[in-house]
Design a protein around this ligand. Structure first.
Ligand SMILES: Cc1cc2nc3c(=O)[nH]c(=O)nc-3n(C[C@H](O)[C@H](O)[C@H](O)COP(=O)(O)OP(=O)(O)OC[C@H]3O[C@@H](n4cnc5c(N)ncnc54)[C@H](O)[C@@H]3O)c2cc1C
Length: 382
């Protein structure tokens, strides 16, 4: 039997590891579009951007690991199509690869700012190459505009501020991270940015972005102009699923899967950021967080081998900003009742309750207390 995993990012590598750990000893091929050996993405908006870590520090596994586990790496090879009837995939270089079992692990691509894609000095951040291109542009830069205050935008703003740049952070929602944390907790994150000297502007977006001499000029929807040397766009991502067109594998907002990652086509699974798994509420949902990719990988590997898949997992995401670790256990659902249990002006701990149950614990700089409380997520509140 041959298992082919398309996408050599975190989810793809973890599926390969889990298959070997579970005793699978057949053919195993990991195909990746990037030429860089598999690496971890979270440091790209943090240490790699700040120049304190390099590729060598963020590799997911070294060459010896792949050799020792008999995992064939085929890097720099984008897959362009899959033909489930013939059980093969097509590569951009014209080659085809046969599979018995296929795993879709192609992640996301960053959404571009309409009209800004082709302007020099305008960046998105998804890959190591993106990060290195952005870093190169920083050598001569004095001011940066970060568009979007989601996780990546907030982290980039914090990193650039730590590098000494003047940073403008623009977000249409009333606070940073409003989607992930709600406005009450988003305001606590806003405090960090303002205190560090970030020019945070919420409730406004970029209406137009043009080059004006040596500067990039953004005109905001509230009429203000911001001039900067570099612009980083963090306005979300889209699933890398175009290559599945015509295959019969159903795609909505991501590749539609059941609760074990099986797609709508036999012998094909999907995992990680690209995958929309069926949740206990009967809805498909994509999760764009690191921990989820590893957990789903284990389920997929075991399901493929006919092994029991284990328990449900608690959603978790972390973010590092200004030397603080922000942690979210569970999910801050839109109608949650948020209580800030502790707040020293910088570090905080909050609980979120919905329909009588503790649905999330959110902590910043309080890892010990959060770890104790996380066990109660999902249980009746009080
Ligand atoms: C800058 C940044 C910072 C982050 N920080 C955090 C954090 O602090 N905490 C957290 O919880 N999460 C964080 N994340 C999210 C986390 O990194 C992702 O959830 C994780 O990388 C998902 O892994 P994946 O394998 O599904 O996707 P990816 O890591 O994107 O890997 C997908 C791979 O598939 C390849 N590919 C795409 N199309 C094709 C194709 N057609 N053929 C072959 N290969 C293809 C891509 O090149 C890529 O290498 C961050 C993400 C980014 C980008």
């Amino acid at each position: 039997m041959t298992v082919v995993v398309v996408g050599a990012g975190l989810a793809g590598v973890r599926v390969a590891e889990e298959l070997r750990r579970a005793g699978y000893d057949g053919g195993l091929v990991l195909v990746g579009a990037e030429s860089t050996p598999p690496y971890d993405r979270p440091p790209l908006s943090k240490e790699v951007l700040r120049g304190t870590r390099s590729l060598a520090d963020i590799r997911l596994r070294d060459d010896a690991f792949f050799a020792d586990h008999d995992i064939t790496l085929r890097l720099g090879s984008a897959v362009t199509a899959v033909e489930p009837r013939r059980k093969h995939i097509l590569l951009a270089d014209g080659d085809t690869l046969r599979y018995d079992r296929l795993v879709v692990a192609t992640g996301l691509r960053a959404r571009a700012l309409p009209g800004g894609e082709s302007l020099p000095g305008v960046h998105t951040l998804r890959s190591l190459d993106d990060c290195l291109a952005l870093r190169q542009g920083l050598d001569e830069a004095g001011a940066a505009l970060v568009v979007g205050a989601g996780f990546i935008g907030c982290e980039v703003a914090a990193s650039l501020r730590e590098l000494g740049l003047t940073v403008h952070l623009v977000e249409p929602q009333p606070t940073p991270l409003a989607g992930a944390l709600g406005e009450r907790l988003g305001e606590l994150v806003a405090r960090w940015h303002r205190k560090a000297g970030v020019d945070l502007r919420c409730g406004t977006g970029v209406a137009e972005l043009v080059r004006s001499g040596r500067k990039l000029r953004a005109t905001l929807t509230d009429g203000a102009d911001i001039d900067s040397d570099v612009v980083v766009v963090g306005i979300g991502s889209v699933p890398e699923s175009d290559w599945l067109a015509g295959s019969g594998i159903e795609v909505g907002d991501g590749v539609l899967c059941d609760e074990r990652g099986r797609t709508t086509v036999a012998d094909v699974w999907a995992v990680g950021d690209v995958a929309a798994w069926l949740g206990p509420d009967g809805r498909h949902r994509r999760v764009e967080h690191w921990t989820n990719a590893g957990e789903q990988a284990r389920v997929v590997a075991r399901d493929m081998l006919g092994m029991p898949c284990g328990e449900e997992f608690l959603p978790y995401v972390w973010s590092d900003q200004f030397g603080l670790k922000l942690q979210v256990f569970g999910e801050v659902v839109p109608d949650a009742d948020v209580t800030v249990e502790e707040d020293d002006g910088r570090r905080f701990l909050a609980t979120c309750v919905a329909e009588g149950r503790l649905v999330a614990v959110v902590a910043a700089g309080m890892a010990g207390k959060a770890a104790r409380l996380r066990r109660r997520v999902g249980q009746p509140a009080g």
